[in-house]
Write a protein that binds this ligand. Sequence first.
Ligand SMILES: [Zn+2]
Length: 658
Amino acid sequence: MQNQIGRAFAAIVLAGGLAACGHEELPAAEGADADGFSPATVTTQAANAAVPMPDDYLDGEDAARRGLIAETDLVVTREDGRRVWDIPSYDFIEGEAPPTVHPGLWRQASLHSVAALFEVVPGIYQLRGFDLANMTLVRGKAGWIVIDPLTNKQTAEAAWAFAMDHLETLPITAVIFTHSHVDHFGGVHGIADALADDAQIVAPVGFTAEATSENVLAGPAMQRRAGYMYGRNLPRSPRGHVDTGLGKTPAFDGQIGILEPTLIVDHTGQTEMLDGVEFVFQNAAGSEAPAELTAYLPATKAFLGAEIASRTLHNLYTLRGAKVRDALRWSDYIEQARTLFEDAEVFVGQHHWPVWGRERVQRFLTEQRDTYKYIHDQTLRMANNGMTPSEIAEAIELPTSLRRGYHNRDYYGTLRHNSRAVYQFYFGWFDGNPAHLNPLPPEQAGKRYVELAGGPAALVEHAQTAFDAGDYRWAAELLDHLVFSGQADTDARALLASTYDQLGYQAESGPWRDFYLSGAYELRHGMPERVMNMADTAGLLRHIAVPVILDSMAARLNGPKAEDTELSLILSLPELDESHYLWIENAVLHHRASTSDDEADVSLTVSQDLFVDILTQQVSLGDLIGGDGLQVDGSRLKLIKFFSLLDKPDGVFAIVEP
Ligand SMILES: [Zn+2]
């Protein structure tokens, strides 16, 4: 994105127009909209207008709509009226890109704005636009094999019902979870009624543990950041959320669940007959997800690529916050699939639309393979020459041969943040400069920068000059210091919000756009009151191993409060036939399996449902003591003390201000 903006700037300078880039030049009719988002400045308009779009290449409108059977204006709501999915809210996406949206993202968004059932090849169908990911259906002998039942019970239900309106109504004979990300399994309860009694549930090795634990330990902060990444609170509009680059934004108000697999794929080349269809699997653990599989169907020469390749540059690092991914390993898996399944005539991904034709599939996989390897190799090359993450991010650019492919563009991941991810993978957060070893935290630094600038008014003047020159990254840096100093007035906050607007409008990446615009939104309207729908994840939490839950409790223990506390507890869950011994020592919460010899200050016996309710904060344990749902032996005082030492993070915290 930034390289293109760089070129746009160059074009403006060459045309002698930079001086005319002030925001005063805007058409008078375009004021702020209802949510306060500002219009595109002349600089932003010029930057977006100057984005070079490659010639149609490997895809385009034809491919995105190829095989369309039936389309729907899908709106999915829950009984209480909460909207889970709303395709018509994207009706504004048509025609040329408005000046407030990067034309690359607009193009991707246009191709995603349809909810429909498609025939990929005879016997293979896809439901696209019913959720962030696709649901793929393969016709078996006796019924349907469902690949990835979407994120939510509600959207999965709607997608399945729509498919059955247009295809043969048959039971589901197998479900395949391609990987451990929630957009690929969370909706399984929405198709549960159609499952045949002997339906196989197929998943890659490590699936359940990864699927249930990924968001437990760091859940609240990830949820909050995911709200930014997917533009949870943004309006769907040319000045708001347009697309994630991967699909439309996932529903935060649907119900999430999981089923235990009955058949595990643990090695590449594993061949299984599912309802009369031969599947040759690839175990791609540690590619785009820690547990992931792909599959080849020899009969139809279809390569079901899950998410190891997609029609976007994907994330080596996810902005919501996640462990970084191994670019080299990921690239190797793509190469393995390309050679192993070289006869493939169609690539069927779990996001976006397929790639048809053997040669095109080969070229697509080759270019995806090389994009990740290029980022990996060049980041290390530059790092070994002494460059630091910011410098590498500024310098890295794909070679022309890779840049021309739409599927390598920055719609979701970006070159910039992916190169930082590679750096982090090898070197961690520290760039080696001692000035960055122990920097002042934002509030302290902010106060000093404001003083250095000559006070708040002087800093705003500098920032306004930068803004008027279209130098939004610098304006953001200056105003961020002011906001964190605690001395920003309404006008200064509004200027930072407008700065984020422009940065968002110029971003090709959906998540970058949503991050900037979410920041702008919260500067204008404040934080959301609620971040997590913990109750909706209960269907997932029931499958989490208890030790993982206890680890997450340990990560909630308030260290300073727990100083000098020594306490032990036996937790029994009779339904699971599990008993755990927990103790606090040195302000650390430990746990291990309990033995009959254990003696503790207090013993707690609780049903699994109640335990999940406590964890999802639907009830507080303090309120339950003395009730019927649980049994306490020993010191109740110590039990209350124990739970009083645990933080109750709700994920509501400030991001763009102190
Ligand atoms: Zn996905």
